[in-house]
Write a protein that binds this ligand. Structure first.
Ligand SMILES: Nc1ncnc2c1ncn2[C@@H]1O[C@H](COP(=O)(O)OP(=O)(O)OP(=O)(O)O)[C@@H](O)[C@H]1O
Length: 713
C-alpha cells in the first residue's frame, strides 16, 4: 500500500512538472506575440483568443488541476488519463487538452462517478459516451507544489472503494472570512443541480450546510461555460439577503474565473429601479420587533403585512386596480381643440383600447396624446385664414395640456399611495375592481402613514415594481439571462412572480431551507407557493439532505432542536461522517458569563489556525450589551455585527442569531439558551437551529439557571 502510494506520488510529481513546463512554455510563446491593436476584424478575433489563453494559463499555472480520471471509452484500446482543473488548457502546438475544464462534459464523469465496476457514461454534444473508469484520483497542488494524492477509486486494486476521505480532509480545514469554491469535491447530487439545463426554474430545498449557496455560484459558472453564446455574465443576477452576505460570498466567482455577475439584495435592486422615489422604513427597528423575546411578538401568519402583501392574491388585487385605472383613465368627453371642432371620445378610446392595446399604460397615454396632437395639427392645416390658424394653434396647445391633466399620469408610488387613501377617487377604484380582497385596516393605516413620509416597507417594493412594469414595461435588453435567489424561503410569491417577468425563459435557481424560515412573517411556508408560479414542464425541484458544514455531533444536536419543536420538521440533515467534539450545554451564572466567554475566546485564539468564532445572542440589544462587556473585559478585537452591516471581517464576532443566517464559523457559542429566550415554539426552534448549524467544528451553548426545552430533555 505504502509503495503504491509512493509510486502514485512520484508519477504525479513527474506529470505535474511536465505540465507546468508545457504551460509556462506556452505562455511565454503567447507573451512573445505582440498585442494586436489594429482595426482588422479577423486579427482582433485571433488576438482575443490569444488573450483568453494567456489569462487561462496565468490563472491555471499555480494549481493546474485537482483531479484525474482514467477512462476507457468503449471501442478504445486503453484508458486515457484526463486531468481536470478550474481552467481548460490546450497544448501549445495542438488543440489536444493538457487540462480539461471542470465544466466540460467529459469532466462531469469525475463528479457523477460514485464507484462500482460497471460501465459509466456522460453526455457529450455528440451523444452518450460510455466506458469504464479505471482510476479516480484527487490531487492537492498549491503554488505548483504537489501536496497530496488520494485515490478514491482504483479498478486494479481490491482494497480500494470510493471513500469520502478527500472530502473529509477538505471539510476538516478551518475557514477564513469568505466562502470558497468546491470544484475539487463537488458531490454527485450537487453536480446534478450545477449541470441542470438553463431554461428550467430550479427550486432547491437544502438542509443547512448542504452547499446551496456554493452550488448556485458554481451553476452560474457552468451556465456561462455551457451556454456561452446565449448568456452573458453581466445579464445574470444573484439576489442575497443582505450586503454582508454578498461580501461573504464575493470570493467564489472570481476564484472560478467568472466576473461581472450582478449581485444585490432585492431591496437595493428595487429602490434603484424606482429611482429612489421612496425610501425604506427603518429595517433595524422592524427586525427588532419581529425578533423580540416574549408575548409581544406579532404572529407570522397570513395577516402579517409581509405575508399579506407578498401573496399572489395581493398581486391580483393590484392588477384589478390597474384594470380599473385602465378603464377609467381616458376622459369621457370629446376633445375639442377649438370651438366647433371635436374629436369624439369613442375615437380616442379606440386609439387607446385597440391600436395601442399592447403598450404599457403610460406609453399608451403618451402615444394617444401624441396622436391627438397630430390629428389636431392636420385639422389646423385645413384652416386657411392665417389669423384663425394662429389663434387655434394656441388654443390647441392649452386644451391639449388641460386634457392631459384630466388623464392622470401617475408615478408608481403616486398610484400605489392612492390605493390606500380613503378619499373618493380611491374608493371609486376599489369599487371598480377590488376583486373582493379586503385590505385589513391596520395594514391600510400603516401603509398610508408611511406613504405620507414617502416611505414604504420591504413588502411594498414588489407591488411598486409591478405597477412600474405595467406603466412603463420592461425593455427586452433589461431582462436577465439567469436569476439566482438565495435564502428564497424569505422571498414572497409576489417577489418571485415579479422577478419572473424580469428573467428570460424562466431561467432561475431558487434555493433555500424551510427549516431556516425565521422570516416567516414575509417568506413562504411551503415550496409550492413558489413552484406553482412556473409551468410543470418548466420547473425542477431538488432536495439536498447531506450537510457538509458541521461535524456529525453538531448536526445531530441541531436536528434534535428541530425535533423538540411542536411541529414536525420538514427534513432533517444527514451529516457527512466527520466526527468532532461533543456539543456542550453549560450552566454559567449571570456574572460568570463574560469571564467564561473571555476564556473561550483566549483558548480559541491560542490555537495554531484560529479561524472564526461567533457569539450568538438572541436579540440585537443583547449583542450590543455583550459586545461592550467583552471589550470592557479586555478581550481585544471583537466585531459586533448589526443589521445594515456591509462587510464580514472574520475573527471573533458578536451578533444576533438571525444575522448569522447564511454565514459559518469554526466555533459558535450561543448564549441565553434558556426557556425565556428560546421557548418551545417552532419559530424559536428554527432560530436555535440556524444558530447551531453555523458551526463547523465546535458548538457550545450557555444558560443561566435552566436550559431551553429545545436544547435539553
Ligand atoms: N462538495 C463540497 N465539498 C466541500 N465543501 C463543501 C461541499 N459542499 C458544501 N461544502 C461546504 O459546506 C459549507 C456550507 O456551504 P453553503 O454555505 O453553500 O451551504 P448552504 O446550504 O447555503 O448553507 P446554509 O443554508 O446553512 O446557509 C461551506 O463551507 C462549503 O464550502
Amino acid at each position: 500500500m505504502e509503495t503504491a502510494l509512493h509510486q502514485a506520488y512520484q508519477e504525479e510529481l513527474a506529470h505535474l512538472e511536465q505540465t507546468i513546463r508545457e504551460m509556462e512554455d506556452h505562455l511565454a510563446r503567447l507573451e512573445a506575440v505582440p498585442r494586436y491593436t489594429g482595426q482588422d476584424v479577423s486579427e482582433q478575433v485571433l488576438e482575443s483568443i490569444r488573450e483568453t489563453k494567456r489569462r487561462n494559463l496565468a490563472q491555471a499555472t499555480p494549481e493546474p488541476y485537482f483531479g484525474r480520471l482514467d477512462f476507457q471509452e468503449e471501442g478504445k484500446p486503453e484508458p486515457t488519463p484526463m486531468y481536470i482543473g478550474k481552467f481548460g488548457v490546450e497544448k501549445a502546438d495542438s488543440p489536444e487538452l493538457l487540462v480539461i475544464d471542470w465544466r466540460a462534459p467529459a469532466a462531469s464523469l469525475f463528479y457523477s462517478f460514485t464507484g462500482g465496476r460497471d460501465a459509466a457514461s456522460y453526455e457529450s454534444p455528440d451523444g452518450t459516451v460510455a466506458g469504464l473508469v479505471y482510476l479516480k484520483r484527487n490531487l492537492v497542488i498549491r503554488k505548483q507544489i504537489l501536496q497530496r494524492v488520494v485515490d478514491t477509486f482504483d479498478r486494479e486494486s481490491d482494497a480500494m472503494a470510493v471513500t469520502d476521505e478527500f472530502l473529509l480532509y477538505r471539510l476538516g480545514e478551518n475557514k477564513d472570512n469568505k466562502l470558497r469554491d468546491i470544484v475539487s469535491t463537488i458531490q454527485a447530487e450537487q453536480d446534478a443541480i450545477i449541470r441542470a439545463g438553463k431554461n428550467d426554474a430550479l427550486v432547491i430545498q437544502g438542509v443547512a450546510g448542504s452547499g446551496k449557496t456554493t452550488v448556485a455560484l458554481h451553476r452560474l459558472a457552468f451556465l456561462l461555460y455551457q451556454y456561452r453564446d446565449q448568456v452573458k455574465a453581466e445579464k445574470m443576477i444573484i439576489f442575497a439577503p443582505n450586503r454582508m452576505f454578498l461580501d461573504y460570498i464575493s470570493g467564489v466567482l472570481p476564484e472560478l474565473g467568472v466576473g461581472h455577475i450582478q449581485q444585490t439584495t432585492f431591496t437595493d435592486w428595487a429602490l434603484e429601479l424606482l429611482e429612489d422615489e421612496v425610501s425604506l422604513a427603518d429595517s433595524g427597528e422592524r427586525l427588532n420587533r419581529w425578533f423580540q423575546v416574549g408575548a409581544d411578538r406579532p404572529a407570522a401568519d397570513d395577516t402579517a403585512p409581509g405575508r399579506f402583501k407578498g401573496s399572489i392574491r395581493y398581486m391580483h388585487w393590484i392588477d384589478s386596480m390597474l384594470r380599473a385605472y385602465e378603464a377609467q383613465a381616458v376622459p369621457t368627453e370629446p376633445f375639442s381643440p377649438w370651438e366647433g371642432k371635436k374629436l369624439p371620445a369613442a375615437i380616442v378610446k379606440q386609439w387607446y383600447d385597440v391600436e395601442n392595446k399592447h403598450e404599457p399604460l403610460m406609453k399608451r397615454r403618451e402615444r394617444v396624446l401624441a396622436r391627438m396632437k397630430r390629428w389636431a395639427e392636420m385639422e389646423l392645416d385645413k384652416v386657411w385664414e392665417v389669423h384663425l390658424r394662429k389663434e387655434y394653434k394656441k388654443k390647441l396647445t392649452t386644451r391639449l395640456r388641460e386634457y392631459g391633466k384630466r388623464w392622470t399620469a401617475y408615478s408608481p408610488f403616486a398610484f400605489y399611495k392612492e390605493l390606500f387613501q380613503p378619499e373618493a377617487e380611491a374608493a371609486a377604484l376599489v369599487r371598480a375592481g377590488s376583486d373582493g380582497l379586503a385590505i385589513p385596516e391596520p395594514i391600510r393605516e400603516q401603509t398610508r402613514l408611511l406613504a405620507k413620509k414617502k416611505m414604504v416597507q420591504p413588502e411594498d417594493l414588489a407591488p411598486l415594481l409591478y405597477i412600474r412594469e405595467r406603466f412603463h414595461g420592461i425593455p427586452g435588453d433589461h431582462r436577465f439571462d439567469h436569476t439566482v435567489i438565495d435564502e428564497a424561503q424569505d422571498f414572497s410569491p409576489f417577489q418571485v412572480a415579479l422577478l419572473s417577468h424580469h428573467t428570460k425563459n424562466g431561467s432561475f435557481t431558487i434555493l433555500g431551507d424551510l427549516s431556516q424560515g425565521i422570516h416567516a412573517y414575509q417568506g413562504i411556508h411551503r415550496w409550492e407557493e413558489l413552484l406553482d408560479l412556473f409551468a410543470p414542464e418548466q420547473r425542477g425541484f431538488f432536495t439536498l439532505n447531506r450537510s457538509y458544514r458541521s461535524t456529525t455531533e453538531i448536526i445531530q444536536f441541531a436536528n434534535s432542536v428541530l425535533q423538540r419543536a411542536p411541529e414536525e420538521p420538514p427534513a432533517l440533515a444527514v451529516p457527512v461522517f466527520r466526527s468532532g467534539d461533543e456539543v456542550e450545554l453549560e450552566q454559567v451564572p449571570g456574572a460568570a458569563l463574560v469571564p467564561r466567554l473571555v476564556e473561550e475566546i483566549a483558548r480559541f485564539r491560542a490555537k495554531q489556525e484560529a479561524g472564526t468564532l461567533a457569539i450568538l445572542t438572541r436579540t440585537e440589544s443583547g449583542s450590543t450589551v455583550l459586545h461592550e462587556a467583552l471589550l470592557q473585559a479586555g478581550c481585544g478585537q471583537v466585531h459586533r455585527i448589526s443589521s445594515g452591516q456591509q462587510h464580514y471581517e472574520g475573527g471573533v464576532s458578536v451578533l444576533p442569531v438571525y444575522m448569522a443566517k447564511g454565514l459559518e464559523f469554526d466555533t459558535v457559542l450561543i448564549v441565553d439558551v434558556d426557556p425565556v429566550h428560546y421557548e418551545r415554539t417552532t419559530w424559536d426552534a428554527k432560530l436555535l437551529y440556524v444558530g447551531c448549524t453555523r458551526a463547523l467544528h465546535e458548538l457550545k451553548l450557555f444558560y443561566e439557571t435552566e436550559p431551553s426545552p429545545l436544547a435539553f430533555g
